[in-house]
Write a protein that binds this ligand. Sequence first.
Ligand code: MN
Length: 721
Amino acid sequence: MIRQYELVAKVKKYNPDADVALLNRAYVFSMRAHGNQMRASGEPYLTHPLEVADLLTELHLDEETIATALLHDTIEDTLATYEEIEKICGKDVADMVEGVTKLSKIDFQDKNEHQAENYRKLFLAMSSDIRVLLVKLADRLHNMRTIEFKKKEESKRRIAKETMDIYIPLAHRIGLYKFKTELEDICFKTLYPEEYAKIVERIDFVVQQDDLVEKVIAHLKAELEKRDIKAEVSGRAKTPYSVWRKMINKNLTFDQLTDIVAYRITVDDMGKCYEVLGMIHSLYNALPGRFKDYISNPKPNGYQSLHTSVIGPFGNKEEIQIRTDHMHEIAESGVAAHWLYKQKNSTDKKQVTAGNQYEWLRNIIDGLQDAGSADEVLENTKMELFRDEVFIFTPSGDLISLPRGASGLDFAFAIHSEVGYKCKAIKVNSKFVPLRTELRNGNVVEIVTNNGVKPTKGWLSMVITSKAKNSINRYIKEQEFEVAINDGKSMLEKALKGKDVKLTDKLIKPLAEKYKWDEVDEVYKAISQGRVSTKSVIEFLFPEEVKPATEEETIEQLETGLSNRKGQKSNSKTGIEGLVDGLVVNISKCCNPIPGERIVGIITSGKGIAIHSRMCKNLTQYENDPERWLDVSWSSQRDDEQVYRTKLRMLLLNNKGVLSDLTNTIFNADVNIVDFNVETQNEDYYGVACEVELKDIEHFGYLMSKLRSINAVAKIERVQG
Ligand code: MN
């Protein structure tokens, strides 16, 4: 167990000016408050806050956060109050302790209706100060490290599941990979003890074989020295969880697991990386197809390294990664490296805490405040939290996260709706690209604005975020309404020429009342859209001048006007709007789009339109034929009974009854199975492909959540393109 003076020394090492008195006050207060309390492990309770504080020193956090860690359980578990803490450690620390306390009280295993409220509480608690989340994650990590002392199997599983569902995605989200990987392993061990044991056994077996790892390292070092290359060499087993994930993703059995150890060679400059690679490939036989150059082609998240696999010096398959020290830093902390860097270089701590790197958090919170029903909140939150996302940089280095599939135009609206409205052109990594270009992780995006730009309906097909969609819709509606009112007014003014009246709202009001419209503007709008003729208005205003039967005519016109508008573009059978008359519509079989996802129409050579998902890989072949692209969207007036097909591929643990569990779950989700195939089968897994019919993306999401809740389901993917 770490001691207080050791903790203080650690903080002083990275922050020589740290307020040591604050740390000591927090420590003494916590010690008194917890008194003789014990942990389940039999240790004094105080070890827990100390360990949590210690974990946070690894992240080089400020003394207020460390003090919060020391105090984090006092409000909840002792008689201590907010006021006492405020008096002793100040308002910021007291607020953070209260924030952690609120977070701890949330029960995520609750029924659905309460879940939404829980997520809301979670985000509100975090939004006040992101450091609250860091303390909570450290708290959870220490609790997971000591979870074996919990007596009840049931509560161990419950805590592990909650960690998997909530805290690991959050750790991932803020780039805390250090905490994330350890949490994953402990959860894996708790939830799947047998699989964990088997994998650990296998790893130990491979690693300990004749001290292979040490021998390989020594050998590599000697070869590097011979060539006068200064380099660090290390080798270590991959984590059990990552090995397990690999088994599932690649459908491997235990015996097929070989390259469990990864060797890493770090050098000080990029040229040396290739020099080392040359050495490795001249000494050993490379395995074909395993060399990857992520230095010339960095991964979307900025990861850089050379990867190769060879038959090593002792005849074993070895995976070797070669990178520079700087590349290593990024590989370990990813996006976090970016904001830690910013933090280091900012003089104002407060400003960084509220800075752009937490933009995603603020977006979630905004969403929570806007959304209507509790269910909606839950859906939004889950989407935001667990869906794949992309991290985009502004030219000044701020980080903005968007859902995967977001376009340059989405990015413009994410910055500000005014930037979106005036978005004229977009540069990705300094090159001009079309507004609809899908953004990739790590892109640097610059928006060129111009006051002359006006959003059009076509923009709706270029965006996927609700913020952009809502902004564009709002703009178009306002614009249309304004234009329509002006048009209607001038049409009416012309018609009234020669009459002895002036056009005022007061004059028109009785007409609005006749149609039961609240606003006089509605009359102008109806006139401009041809739903009400100027003739009928004149006849209404000056009834003495005309013969009867006016009213019927007007209403008739009104009705034709409406039905024209409706029937114009939508095709009720396919439920798709924006089609061209006379062309046959086909929902494309490669991607099987379903209502709710973004689609595009491709005019095919056979006088038809093929509807593809915007995500469909086949679309690349039409990239050079923009004239064949048609902006289409799902109609909001779809037939409720209409169903759409989509394909899934799954990997299932080969447990008893798993196939019938699966089909029952699908059936109970009110989803029709059209085709069901067991494609592969071995003693560990089934590979199943299945085609289903369902209503829309929401229905699909519901099905996925039900399928994921089956324990034996190791992997699900939708087959698209
Ligand atoms: Mn705690």
